[in-house]
Design a protein. Structure first.
Length: 365
């Protein structure tokens, strides 16, 4: 098959690799039909995630069709269309039993495109298939559910829920990339009083307003802290959500939040950030961090199916899966391309899957 392979910092290639096979009885093999690129993939390519070894297939977000299952898989069968979550769950360890799937110690957690081969490929092996994929309702398109693989539950759990957003709150979101915009979308579920988005890119600020933000601040042109203080009578935001992953934006969040407020860090950091405890300790500020657990994925999927949540505006560019290299160039140059999420589309296939031996005709083993 073909896949997008990481070969070290700043090195990637679309190339032939061996087809995945069932390695454990709990595995499934899925034919990838729609996938996407994440900002974390760019962090990997920068060398910020050294655990990713050269030769690893990238990607951790996809929708596809099951073509083969292991002998222990009981809830899936060939032909099922599934959302593959960025988080895999063994279902047995302490953390999985607590719903903290991102901390799985039984071989799961964030493993796709990180510790094992990922999903920017024509086929993928999915460990712990029974507890790590979600069947997609027939009436929903791939694109309607694709962003449930990562950015929606990530922003909702690590940003909105960890931040304790409540009705009437002023929520300041630093960063209007996909995660920040998904935080706008999911924060609205709690009817905050005001959502303020801070970013230097005007097109992204305009998208934030389209998705429901109340105030957009271009912090390349005005002082964000002063503006938020003006909006809140000098108190600061009740919740500040960091959605970039660089030291400056984390420190900005700490300056934006009110006494007794909450800072929820969502961004993936590759470098140390200064924690000003000399200023924060007396103000009673709560700071949370974390990797998504995806325990809210079924709830968010239900909201999408009911028409209460629409993530399709995140898809700004579409490429054939075979043009993944060009898709990366577009996504990485978002300042010029205005890309939010690029969608990688495989050749359309029927949901009634052929036996895998027939499905693989034309693919090199």
């Amino acid at each position: 098959m073909n896949a997008l392979v990481y070969h070290g910092p700043e090195q990637r290639a679309w190339e032939h690799v061996p087809d995945p096979t069932i390695e454990e009885p709990t595995d499934a093999v899925v034919r990838i039909e729609t996938s996407t690129i994440c900002g974390t993939d760019l962090h990997i390519l920068k060398g910020d995630v050294p655990e990713v070894k050269p030769g690893t297939i990238l990607g951790h977000e996809a929708v596809g069709t099951v073509v083969e299952i292991g002998s222990a898989v009981t809830t899936l069968q060939a032909g099922d269309r599934v959302l593959i979550s960025c988080i895999t769950s063994c279902g047995r360890c302490r953390f999985c039993k607590e719903g903290r799937y991102g901390l799985c110690t039984g071989g799961g957690g964030w493993i796709f495109g990180h510790l094992i081969d990922g999903l920017q490929a024509e086929y993928a092996r999915v460990p712990f298939a029974d507890t790590s994929v979600y069947k997609v309702p027939d009436e929903l398109t791939d694109e309607q559910v694709l962003f449930l693989a990562d950015i929606l539950p990530t922003s909702f759990e690590v940003g909105v829920l960890n931040g304790g957003v409540e009705p009437g709150d002023t929520v300041a979101i630093v960063g209007a990339g996909p995660i920040g915009l998904a935080a706008v979308l999911t924060a609205k579920l709690f009817t905050p009083g005001r959502i303020v988005v801070i970013d230097p890119a005007r097109p992204r600020l305009e998208k934030a307003l389209e998705l429901g933000a109340d105030v957009a601040i271009d912090n390349s042109r005005e002082e964000a802290v002063d503006r938020v203080m003006d909006l809140t009578g000098g108190l600061g935001a009740d919740v500040a959500i960091e959605a970039v992953g660089v030291p400056e934006t984390f420190e900005l969040c700490a300056d934006l939040v009110r006494p007794g407020g909450r800072v929820a860090n969502v961004g993936v950091h590759g470098h140390p950030a200064t924690l000003h405890l000399e200023r924060l300790w007396i103000r009673g500020v709560t700071i949370t961090t974390g990797l998504v657990d995806t325990f809210t994925t079924p709830r968010l999927l239900q909201l999408i199916a009911q028409g209460r949540l629409d993530a399709t505006p995140f898809a700004t560019h579409r490429f054939p899966l075979a043009e993944a290299m060009a898709a990366y160039d577009t996504f990485a140059d978002a300042a010029k391309t205005n890309a939010l999420k690029v969608v990688l589309e495989a050749v359309p296939v029927a949901h009634e899957q052929l036996p895998r031996e027939e499905a693989l005709v034309g693919h090199d083993a």
